[in-house]
Design a protein around this ligand. Structure first.
Ligand SMILES: *[C@@H]1O[C@H](CO)[C@@H](O)[C@H](O)[C@H]1NC(C)=O
Ligand SMILES: *[C@@H]1O[C@H](CO)[C@@H](O)[C@H](O)[C@H]1NC(C)=O
Ligand SMILES: *[C@@H]1O[C@H](CO)[C@@H](O)[C@H](O)[C@H]1NC(C)=O
Ligand SMILES: *[C@@H]1O[C@H](CO)[C@@H](O)[C@H](O)[C@H]1NC(C)=O
Ligand SMILES: [Zn+2]
Length: 296
């Protein structure tokens, strides 16, 4: 069973914040997440995924996991689907309260989008369905947004736009806190520990998954009550991590260096691992019983 949560809360205020925002893990992060996921796909899912992704991806899902960022200006409507804003300093998330865009349209946030594209892929594989969705786009959006919802500041505070308006220095470079979490921590890790090679970093994460060295890993793939997809707990984890690690000691104007980098990198690596495992589990649930259709 999947579906949108029901929300009864009426909304009086309409915010129109048309500020461009940076949208999601950088290219490396999304590539890593989808590469990790590829290692856990069942045969049926691999067949379905290969049939859906564009030819230029040459059968590699990871090659198209940043596509939603590439089209975000062309598909302006998709911008709010990369994140969810939570109330300032509460450090918690609820679907009904938080999943809307700046014009208060409900379901228009990253968790709503994950339900939306899961539903499209499920119904697209049901021949009785009348509505024809573009399942290529649905798969690329879903794979991207499962990654985004794991970036702690993608469930960050409304007032600072998930850290986008918090100017900090990353070592000597001037940037903002959101960008530190999308890109800079991963870039610094590549330079410091992985010989600038993303494949080596991905292998290190994969071997920690295989060896069970991440805590709680045995339950990562589970969804409560046999749901196909369950993005809400991922968003709750993200804002919790944002408060405990991302915002902490990162006040406007501060310089973030070794202390911040070394203590936050394990959080980033865990979130990349978790989103890869959970994306695979979600795709496997979606495509599990549809092997015959995938072969058309
Ligand atoms: C969120 O946290 C605030 C305090 O930080 C609390 O008052 C509120 O009840 C919490 N909401 C939920 C849904 O947990
Ligand atoms: C659901 O997907 C359709 C097709 O891409 C899109 O037009 C719509 O905005 C999406 N809504 C949400 C909440 O993701
Ligand atoms: C589905 O979306 C992809 C990617 O945007 C596009 O290349 C393709 O033409 C679309 N398919 C249809 C039938 O519109
Ligand atoms: C793998 O786990 C070890 C032991 O907990 C840890 O020191 C290392 O940083 C982890 N590496 C990655 C990429 O998660
Ligand atoms: Zn994104």
């Amino acid at each position: 069973m999947i579906g949108f949560d029901l929300c009864w809360i009426g909304r009086a205020l309409v915010f129109l914040l048309l500020i461009p925002r940076i949208l999601g893990w950088g290219k490396e992060g999304h590539y890593a997440i989808c590469k990790i996921a590829e290692g856990y796909l069942t045969e049926d899912t691999v067949t379905a995924v290969k049939a859906l992704i564009p030819d230029h991806a040459e059968g590699d899902l990871a090659a198209v996991c940043s596509w939603p960022d590439d089209v975000r200006f062309h598909y302006r409507w998709s911008s709010p689907l990369h994140y969810v804003d939570t109330p300032d300093f509460r450090c918690n998330y609820t679907y009904c309260r938080d999943c809307h865009d700046s014009a208060e349209q409900k379901d228009r946030c990253v968790t709503g989008a994950i339900y939306n594209y899961t539903m499209q892929l499920m119904s697209g594989y049901n021949s009785n369905s009348e509505i024809k969705y573009n399942l290529t786009e649905a798969l690329m959006f879903l794979s991207h947004f499962v990654g985004d919802v794991h970036q702690p500041l993608h469930a960050g505070f409304l007032g600072d736009e998930g850290g986008n308006t918090i100017t900090v220095r990353w070592y000597r470079r001037k940037t903002n806190l959101h960008h530190v979490w999308d890109t800079m921590i991963i870039d610094s890790a590549l330079k410091t520990f992985y010989n600038k090679d993303l494949a080596t970093m991905i292998q290190a994460i994969q071997s920690n998954i295989t060896n069970g060295w991440f805590s709680g890993i045995s339950s990562w793939a589970n969804c409560a009550s046999d749901h196909t997809v369950c993005p809400d707990p991922y968003a709750s984890e993200s804002i919790d991590l944002a408060c405990k690690f991302a915002y902490r000691n990162a006040t406007p104007g501060s310089t973030l260096g070794d202390d911040y980098f070394f203590s936050r990198l394990p959080v980033v690596e865990t979130r990349l691992a978790q989103s890869g495992v959970r994306l695979a589990a979600t795709l496997n649930r979606i495509f599990a019983s549809h092997a015959s259709i995938a072969q058309e």
